[in-house]
Design a protein around this ligand. Sequence first.
Ligand code: 6DK
Ligand code: ZN
Length: 368
Amino acid sequence: MTTGYLWDEIFGWHDTGTGSLFPADPDVGHQPLNHVAHPDTKRRMHELVCVSGLIDHLTRIAPRPATQEQLRRVHTAEYIERIVRESAQPKGGDAGDGISPFGKGAHRIAALGAGSAIAMTEAVVSGAVDNGYALVNPAGHHALPETGLGFCIYNNVAIAAKHARAELGVERIAIVDWDVHHGNGAQAIFAEDPSVLTVSIHQDRCFPPDSGLIDERGTGPGEHYNINIPMPVGCGDGAYQYAAEAVIGPALHAYAPDLVLVASGFDPNAMDPLARQLVTTRGFVTLTRTVVEAARRSAGGRLVLLQEGGYSPIYVPFCGLATIQELAGVHVLDDPLLPVVGGMGGHDLEPHQKALVDRAAAFVADLR
Ligand code: 6DK
Ligand code: ZN
C-alpha cells in the first residue's frame, strides 16, 4: 500500500488577515485576533506528519499550479480575473462574502492548491500511489463558479473531479464531504450530473445559511445523485459511525464509482470553535475506513482526500494524523487527547440522530 502526501510551504503563507469573521475594532473594544482560518493550523498538521515519522511511510507528490483551462472547468473567466486582479493589490482582496479576506499573492497559492488536487488525483488514477492526502490551503468546497465563499477561493475537489472526467478517462466519481459545513459547491456544480455522486455529512444549517437540507437531492438527470446528511448539533463518534454505516458506505456501494474524492474537513472535531459536533480521532478513522473500503470495492482502491476546514490548532493535527495513518495502513502515534476529548460523553447514538440518518439512508435505494 502506498499513500501519496502533498503539502507546500506556500500554503502556510495564505494571508487571511485579522478579524473579519469575528469583530476586530480596537476603537470599540473588540480585540483583534488572527482570522480563524489562519494557516498555522494546517502547518501544524504538516509538522506532526513529519515529526511523528509518518512522513517516512508516505510518498511525496509534487504540487503544481492549476492552469487557466483547469480552473475554467469550474469557474468563470470573470471570477478568475477578479481574483488575479485583487491578488495583485498590496492589501489583497476578498473571495466574495466579506469573511474570506486574502492577502497579496492569494491567486498563486489558491491555484497551486487546485493544481495539487489535480496532481494527487493523477497520481492515484495512474497507479503511482494507491491513495493520497493533499493538505491543500485555502479550502475550496464552498466556492461556486462565479464567486468564492466561506474562506474558499477555487473549488479544489470540483476542479479535480472535472479534470478526472475530462482528461483521465474516469467515468463515475463519488465526492464525499465530511467537513462540518455543507459541501454546497460540488452539490451545485454537479447538481444535474449523474456521473458525479455528491454526499455531504455536515451540521444542520451551520454554513452556508439554509444550505444542505435533506430534501436537496439533485435536479434533472442528476436527481437522486446528491445526498445530504444534515446532522443535529451534538453528534459524536456514535452518530458519525452510524451515518458512515447506514448512508455513506451503502451509497458508495450502490453507486459503484471508479474514483472516490473526499472533501476532508476536521471541523466536526470536538474542540472546533466553528461548530458544535463532538467527533474525535475515532470518528475520523471510521469515516476514513468507510471510504477506503468503498474505494476498494468498486474503484480499485482509488481514493483522494483533499483538505478543507478545521480550526482547532491543538486537535486538527491529531485528526489529520489519525486519518492519514488509516489511509496508509500504518500506525505511528496514538491520539494523546482521546482520553480527555473522548471521555466527556456524547458518543452514543441518540434516537433523534438515528432518525435523521435513517431519512438519508432511505435515499440510497434510488441510486443506480
Ligand atoms: N460564522 C469551511 O470550514 C469554512 O467549510 C466554514 C466557514 C464558516 C463561516 C461561518 C461561521 C461564525 C461563527 C461564529 C461566530 C461568528 C460567525 F471551507 C471551509 F474552510 F472548509 O462559522
Ligand atoms: Zn468547514
